[in-house]
Design a protein around this ligand. Structure first.
Ligand code: ADP
Ligand code: MG
Length: 348
């Protein structure tokens, strides 16, 4: 039995699923989170509630664990860096710093000669005046955005006048891609050219929030191969350890664009729990805890549906599921509009 203690920063559903996967591998988990109601406390072995800049609590957490990982990318770099001086943080903090800034992230991808959407940095309202070329577009905060938060569609220059945008934050303006499909590729890297990769997952978003994911993705052989190659390449360039997800856009001419990189397990990979012999969560734990890598084998095709807001309610009332359906309740304290409350995976 392993004596290893894994620290996980962040206590949302991803932290819960990481904790559950660790438990199966007999690894103890301590979750550190700034939300005292965080659902991962019901899945981990120990829970510490504290702010991400509380030096004393962070130090206490660091002392208790052997290795540290995180479930979301918006943790202050300073916090991760301090922790990393005492115990290994995986993936390494520099990866997180790069990816948590949308412009740094896209610059990095472009330097690898991989296509992203067209983008430009915006610091003040008048910056947009001469950028008709980037419209229709989406204005996004450069940091801290998720599930479409901090995003504003801009169709024409005047649109900005109707929006109350706080320009004390930095923004990126991205040209809108005429989407044919969105896909994601999840890869778990264990070391140099040593990784496991899942087949591309097709994703449907509603109001910029992931609604459905499925395998197989309805894409050409070219896109399938290219997306896997690019995800692997990105993980190699970052010298990444653990599970990483690359979100891609496919346009109407079958061009592939990197949308964003998630340096963590990803919502679109929830179906890997039931559809593969090793889930993205178990793979992440294995990689960051230096356990053996297991060859991936798909068990079934699958469709995952996110339950957002009160869509969870009927399922909590014991709705009858088929034998090929698996329901997950994230046990969040409060149902909120646009909040991911759970999901259902159907093996197909
Ligand atoms: P988040 O960090 O919130 O996931 P994303 O940049 O991935 O932000 O945007 C969320 C969703 O909004 C995307 O999955 C896509 O559906 C849509 N979207 C964002 N940017 C663009 C774009 N440039 N062109 C077309 N669709 C976009
Ligand atoms: Mg996204």
């Amino acid at each position: 039995m392993s004596e290893k203690k894994l620290g996980i920063i962040g206590g949302g559903q991803l932290g819960s699923m990481l904790s559950a996967a660790a438990k199966n591998l007999k690894i103890n988990t301590i979750v550190y989170c700034d939300d005292k109601d965080a659902p991962a406390q019901y899945f981990c072995d120990e829970f510490i509630f504290g702010n991400y800049d509380d030096k004393i609590k962070i130090l206490d957490f660091t002392k208790k664990v052997d290795v540290i990982t995180f479930e979301f990318e918006n943790i202050p770099f300073e916090t991760l860096n301090e922790m990393n001086k005492a115990k290994p943080v995986l993936p390494k903090p520099s990866v997180n710093r790069l990816i948590q800034h949308r412009i740094a992230e896209k610059d990095f991808v472009n330097k690898l000669n991989i296509r992203t959407t067209r983008y430009v940095s915006i610091d003040k309202k008048s910056d947009i005046d001469k950028l008709e070329d980037f419209l229709p577009g989406i204005l996004k905060t450069t940091t801290m955005g998720y599930d479409g938060k901090g995003q504003y569609p801009i169709n024409k220059i005047g649109d900005l006048n109707d929006l109350k945008i706080d320009f004390s934050k930095g923004y990126i303006l991205e040209k809108l891609v005429k989407l044919k499909k969105e896909i994601s590729v999840i890869v778990t890297r264990y070391g140099n050219n040593n990784y496991e990769i899942y087949e591309p997952i097709e994703n449907i978003h509603k109001d910029q929030i992931l609604k459905n994911s499925k395998i197989p993705a309805q894409i050409s052989e070219k896109i399938l191969e290219q997306s896997k190659l690019l995800a692997t390449r990105i993980s190699e360039e970052l010298k990444y350890i653990g599970t990483l997800c690359v979100e891609f856009f496919v346009d109407r001419n079958d061009n592939l664009y990197v949308n964003e990189i998630a340096p963590r397990v990803h919502n679109s990979g929830h179906l890997t729990i039931d559809a593969y012999n090793v889930s993205q969560f178990e793979n992440h734990i294995r990689a960051v805890c230096s356990l053996k890598k297991i060859s991936l084998r798909k068990i079934s095709n699958a469709v995952m549906v996110n339950l957002i807001g009160n869509e969870i309610e009927p399922y909590r009332q014991n709705i009858k599921l088929q034998d090929n359906q698996f329901f997950y309740d994230y046990k969040k304290k409060e149902i909120k509009e646009k909040r991911k409350m759970g999901h259902i995976t159907t093996l197909t």
